[in-house]
Write a protein that binds this ligand. Sequence first.
Ligand code: GLC
Length: 717
Amino acid sequence: MKSSISLLILICIAMIAVNSCKTEEENIDQRVEKLLSQLTLEEKVSLIHGNTFFTTPAIPRLGIPALHLSDGPCGIREEMNPHDWNVANATNDAVSYFPSLVALASTWNQDLAAQFGKVYAEEAIIRGKNIMLAPGLNIHRTPLNGRNWEYMSEDPFLTGKMAVSFITSAQSGGIAVCAKHFALNNQELARDTINVEASERALREIYLPAFEAAVKDGGVLSLMGAYNRFRGQHASENSYLLQDILKKEWGFRGLVMSDWGAAHHTLESANNGLDLEMYPINGKKGDYYLGQRLLDSIKAGKVDAKVVDDKVRRILYVMCKLDMIGKPETDTTGMAAKLATPERAAAALAVADEAIVLLKNNSNTLPIDLKKTKTIAVIGDNATRKHAYGGLSTTIKAKYEIPPLEGLQKRFGTDVTVKFAQGYAMSKDLNAKDPKLVAEAVNLAKTCDQVIIIGGLNHEPGNDCEGSDKPNMNLPYGQDDLIKAVLEVKPEAIVVIIAGTPVDMSSWIGKANSLIYTSYIGMETGTALARVLTGDVNPSGKMTYTLPVKLEDSPSVVLGEYPGSNGTVNYKDDLLVGYRYFDTKAVKPLFPFGFGLSYTSFEYSDLKVETGKEKESLNCVVSFSIKNTGKVEGKEIAEVYVKDAQSTLSRPDKELKGFTKVSLKPGESKRVEVTLDKRAFQYYDPEKKDWVLEPGKFMLKVGSSCDKILLEKEIEL
Ligand code: GLC
């Protein structure tokens, strides 16, 4: 009797909950329609384009405030001057400088992504921002893309999972975020004009899934149309991408903004799904395609005024979701003291700790044994270089940034003497060499117990920087000579590469005993590196993109016609992006996708697979045990891949469809579960124009990286 009453109560609660959420949406729709009916055509048109670099206009008589937008993935960009659209040079807008998104993804830790989203939203609110222009969800297709470091991975599933954790958490913090750049913006070279041709399967299975997850699972409230063209039409006015797929198929209710200057025509922007044009392409403030030109086109009968209503409806929908209507704009006085608090710096450090990837550690060179170390030589321009302010739109005015050298000096205190040699110098000429600096570094290395070389890339053009691709995969400024010369006299020297894209290490990797690879990991870079190098923190990051031996091994080069010719790049690499290529074509990379070492070791055992009986949900639960078989506590990322043993259409050898991260004490074992949904087994059938699950055999492969499969089981669906 009791159980049926409690069941009844539960059902009532559930119905109220569903109703309340329905009424919330219904309530918003009613408020939006009411506002829409009160707006004049001119007011509506004023709302669908920017009025300064990062704002839209307010309509005070109806309680519609201005929308305040801001970059970027690593934190809240400095204030712009609303009048002349330049940097305001404010003195109260220094913020937390968070790790880059490729660093966040390298943690494979969705809880950290949620924590990041929380603190990120806190600072945006304090700075009075409503829409933050992140996360970047484009796939790492080529090792040369200048913006890969702003994106997460070569794999759409990992990107989608990490993005959804970040998005849901940031948006529950009271801001909207903006999934960008929609879509197929995988190179910076000729980004404003390049036309991307890609198959329907590559589009659906590689380039869109992270955006699809952001919309369907993350409820992202805005997307940014990309600069490039797709199948001949600019992405920011592309009816297939924006109308057919995003709004009709996926049911997206938020707003689509253009990238800055990415709208090119009044009729296309008006009719193909662009809702908000940011920055006039000709730079003439106020001269927008969705401005006076649109009004003129409506009056001339070329555009139906109703298209404006849908745009305004979406903008008002986002404002209502943010509860902005009728509310005063954020009062940001006194904000300086509320920014970059220790709690947020701690969140940045937590991500940085887990974003560091240990790729090589022969004869346990690492962690550094401080009992045997009295002097340490720290060599390399990246030991002291700060990266916050670089990278064009991702630029951050950091409250502070601790580079590697400073972090090491703080960690070692007076117990160890830390000496520095620049080793190489940054230059406009990427091929510049400075033998004097190399000689100086080698001499220092000879005199110290331990040597740490800290090299890699930076945010100068030709490196990891928006607006250009890298000319090649070489380490710039003669770093190869430096690393080889130091390893000559100190084979046990530790090599740390700071980069958001692959670099060619083939000339010295064989001689290096240890290698750490990490991206731009924020304000506590030096703290985190020192913690990992000394073993205070056991590294747990894993690569989210393949490190090829050389550029010529990359599928975008071998198959994919990067960077394109005559204005078009044809994605002939198709589905074979990243590990999908190296696996399927059996090309050995230098370091594979999903690879990363620990100071301890793990054992996987006892794989079980239970497939749900219900055909629809098809919840396939993969469970297995992981044991820490080493002497120190550690975190392990376990990866679950699916191989379609027999499929009508060709499929990559295997694809990542699940992962989990678990913390284990020495000797501890835990049972972990990864649930695969139906999509984990499907492929997109261009004939049926839908995802299909083809009955047959599938192999489930559990591993510590894509090329280290430890457990596998065949199932029949
Ligand atoms: C830039 C970038 C975009 C950024 C926007 C605003 O060109 O492509 O990511 O959010 O303009 O700065």
